[in-house]
Design a protein around this ligand. Structure first.
Ligand SMILES: Nc1nc2c(ncn2[C@@H]2O[C@H](COP(=O)(O)OP(=O)(O)OP(=O)(O)O)[C@@H](O)[C@H]2O)c(=O)[nH]1
Ligand SMILES: [Mg+2]
Length: 211
């Protein structure tokens, strides 16, 4: 299958939302706890190994990093859509100084509330210990603001197929019980697993205008 997210390019790294690219077109943000595997997922999904910096040290991504994708074709007579992916800093890691954590909490909250081109969130959660406080907060936020969310249960290579399937079933049950519309899948940047499925989900998010 060809990769619809091919051709991603680094645009800029921002310390504040005011420094992000102009707020038009469509974008999808990658959110998750520190070290969950956001940057690795971005690289696997775009098929560009060195695109987003990854690290064994949690708290590596300390900026909002914007990547552009080639414009997406739309329906007849409509101009192609400018599209971006945004790598959000993972907050919640204890060793990140309190002041910086507070800064990111505020910036990410503002971003989620005010960014008009934002069409969805890809929430990256470690399949071995999913749905920690940060993830729940993000899901609740998406639910409250009608922001579509697709969960990648990543690092699935660390579990057997069976265990991974069980984790997904448990999460889906949990999501349904919470009344959220969020979708979820098993993923691994390393195996790789679930890459085509995730790409398709992201394209759908990008193409779907907000309510
Ligand atoms: N086994 C395995 N390891 C992974 C996978 N994805 C990421 N990792 C590892 O997890 C660590 C963190 O990955 P990153 O992609 O840097 O995580 P991040 O969420 O961007 O982290 P911060 O930017 O620090 O918030 C690295 O050591 C990666 O190699 C995966 O699918 N499988
Ligand atoms: Mg990162």
């Amino acid at each position: 299958m060809s990769n619809p997210l091919q051709g991603a390019q680094f645009v800029l790294a921002a310390h504040r939302i005011s420094q992000l690219p102009p707020d038009h077109g469509a974008e999808v943000a990658f959110a998750g706890r520190s070290n969950a595997g956001k940057s690795s997922a971005l690289n696997a999904l775009t098929g560009h190994r060195g695109l987003a910096r990854t690290s064994k040290t949690p708290g590596r991504t300390q900026q909002m990093v914007a990547f552009s994708l080639p414009p997406l074709a739309q329906g007849d007579g409509e101009a192609p859509l400018t599209v971006r992916l945004i790598d959000l800093p993972g907050y919640g890691y204890a060793k990140v100084p309190e002041e910086l954590r507070a800064h990111w909490k505020q910036e990410i909250d503002a971003y989620l509330h005010h960014r008009r081109s934002l069409r969805g969130v890809v929430l990256i959660s470690d399949i071995r210990h999913p749905m920690k406080e940060f993830d729940r907060m993000m899901l609740e936020f998406c639910f409250a603001t009608h922001l579509p969310c697709h969960v990648l249960l990543t690092k699935a290579d660390k579990l057997s197929r069976n265990q991974a399937a069980q984790a997904l079933a448990a999460l889906r049950k949990d999501l349904a019980a919470g009344g959220t519309q969020a979708t979820a899948q098993v993923f691994s940047s390393q195996a790789p697993t679930g890459v085509d499925e995730a790409r398709a989900a992201i394209v759908t998010l990008l193409q779907t205008p907000r309510e």
